[in-house]
Ligand binder design. Structure first.
Ligand code: AKB
Length: 317
């Protein structure tokens, strides 16, 4: 059985659907609330529980033979800064609760990490970095993610798990909006524009970090997890598809929605995070080891996925 914690979230629901389509339909969900009608179709069983409650997490492993874990339950970077102690509880204690509950060996374990583990100074913003560069986070979410990457790799030996992790940046879905992230401005801007609403952006127009769309993120997770262990040379890879500035996104949007109006109200704390994260990732490790290649570049993401699917999504509601 496959366990997805945080299954109601953006990645969780998209991943459950794709795994189901691929024939992996023995999926168990775990989240604070029950699944919505749509998600229900893709899962066998669901546990309502809190990831920080060890008993609730353990019960899932006692009741089922779990062979694959996608541990997605987390608090994102901007929300984490509001209450770092709580973020630590969810992001680190929650992670440990899952690891500690594992009761068989050779379990495959996927952990989504983040470019929030990096901290660049201004000069380095535009160099294309590899995974081992600049790992010195300045935010609780990045600290939590980096620590879990490290102990996940440690438990690979201590608990005989197969630990694999991807550092994501911003992910843009046509069907949902992230909550509490710092990269949220991009999906929020696009969803607002399609609904003919204006948007107030909380970072400057020259802000630039990597992004990808949800189908590429889900494919990356599935491809990494399907790759033979002998080909995997590291536990953690970073990946991206394109690196637009806020201005690039705005210009793309007004080519489709000329009436869209963007204003700025800068949030200094969120801006500081964006400024400290890389704009470009050198992806040679993921490309070489498991053939990572995003299907959607910036133009295709808008033309073939975001604009048509978001339009369809709001029409159906
Ligand atoms: C966030 O903004 O918190 C996430 C991330 C950069 O991992 N999208």
């Amino acid at each position: 059985m496959i366990l997805i914690t945080g299954i109601n979230g953006e990645i969780g629901s998209a991943l459950a659907k794709q795994l189901y389509i691929n024939g992996k339909n023995e999926i168990i969900g775990f989240d604070l609330n029950g699944p919505n009608q749509n998600l229900k179709k893709y899962i066998k069983k669901h546990y309502v529980g809190d990831i920080i409650n060890q008993k609730s997490v353990k019960k899932v492993f006692q009741d089922n033979k779990i062979t694959e874990i996608y541990h997605l339950a987390a608090i994102l970077s901007s929300k984490g800064e509001e209450d770092p102690f709580f973020a630590h509880k969810v992001n680190v204690d929650g992670f440990l609760n899952v690891v500690q509950s594992i009761n068989t060996s050779n379990i495959k374990f996927f952990f989504p990490s983040s470019i929030a583990v990096y901290h660049l100074d201004g000069n380095a913003k535009n160099i294309s970095i590899i995974e081992d560069d600049f790992c010195n986070p300045n935010n609780i979410y990045g600290c939590n993610k980096l620590y879990c990457e490290k102990i996940g790799s440690y438990f690979e030996i201590f608990k005989n798990i197969d630990f694999r992790s991807l550092r994501f940046s911003g992910i843009i879905s046509a069907y949902s909006l992230p909550q509490g992230g710092t990269s949220d401005y991009a999906p929020e801007m696009i969803h607002h524009a399609v609904q003919n609403k204006n948007y107030t952006c909380f970072v400057r127009e020259d802000s630039c970090i990597p992004f990808m769309i949800m189908p590429d993120a889900v494919n990356a997770i599935i491809n990494l997890m399907d790759t033979k262990k002998s080909k995997i040379n590291r536990n953690v890879y970073h990946i991206q598809a394109f690196s637009p500035t806020v201005k690039d996104i705005y210009e793309k949007i007004i080519s489709h929605f000329p009436k869209f109006n963007l204003v700025y109200d800068i949030n200094e704390k969120r801006q500081k995070l964006i400024d400290s994260w890389p704009a470009q990732l050198n992806q040679k490790n993921a490309e070489q080891d498991w053939g990572w290649k995003p299907k959607f570049n910036f133009d295709d993401a808008f033309e073939k996925y975001l604009i048509p699917k978001i339009k369809e999504f709001y029409k159906r509601r």
